[in-house]
Ligand binder design. Sequence first.
Ligand code: T3D
Length: 264
Amino acid sequence: MTYEQLIVDADGAVATIRMDNAAKLNALSPTLTSELMDALASLGRDPAVRAIVLTGEGRGFSAGADLGALQEPYMRGERPKLSGFLRAGYNKLIPMITEAPKPVIAAVNGVVAGAGISLALACDVRIASEEASFSTAFVKIGLIPDAGSCYFLPRAIGMPKALELAITGDKIDAATALRLGLVNRVVPPDRLQVEAHELAARLAAMPTTAIALIKKAFAAASRLSLAENMELEAELQDEAGATDDHIEGVLAFLQKRTPDFTGR
Ligand code: T3D
């Protein structure tokens, strides 16, 4: 896969997507956004890929929407209607991560702002470099959090802190992000890619369908009652129970050997 603002490569069952708009801290230009969608769609379909790492080139993970193109129209006094832009871009991109049928790990290498936070929060696990920093940023340009941040942030760190960060736009460092639960782990910069890829390789060797179904069940849990959720668990467990990996997992346990999961 060759792109203008993305670098995509694969090592065994682990694919890495590197955002490559580094001069703008990987701001989400229309090109980068549509290339991310294209890459996620094709990696999602590829049975050989069983885990994905999302990261950024340079000192940014992503600084959110690319504001560069707005100067001229705004200077001319134009007033934008942003909903169309959101619906065509982030509102398609973000579910492609949350609903990806394989684990997606954010290796947060540096600055994260605006929709960049949404992008990181959409991933299943976030490993951050000690050099990472996080700012919701939206309010500083007179906007509300979008790309799912109003959904993700309170769930990740609780309503009071989420609201504080959203209305101040304050920047927090990686240690604070870890304390709040915004990221799962913080590591030295030179360990970031190693640890993200080690986790991705471990997940890629696990029952991929079960991971996809766990993602689905957890995503649904917030809008279902307990009874509805348990019914969904029962339905999804039928799917999990029908996989080769379920049979292999049980037999390997009983035969006291290491399971060989294929993702099927
Ligand atoms: O309006 C819509 O399109 C609706 C959708 C909105 C979704 C959103 O994501 S809104 C939020 C957009 N993002 C921001 O408002 C963040 C803007 N950036 C910053 O506030 C700062 O750059 C950071 C706090 C993220 C990092 O600061 P710092 O000091 O580490 O770096 P810097 O020097 O500000 O940035 C480095 C370069 O990246 C710089 O370019 P230059 O001067 O070297 O040529 C800067 O202009 C560029 N850059 C950073 N963020 C963006 C950007 N260029 C375009 N768009 C950006 N978002």
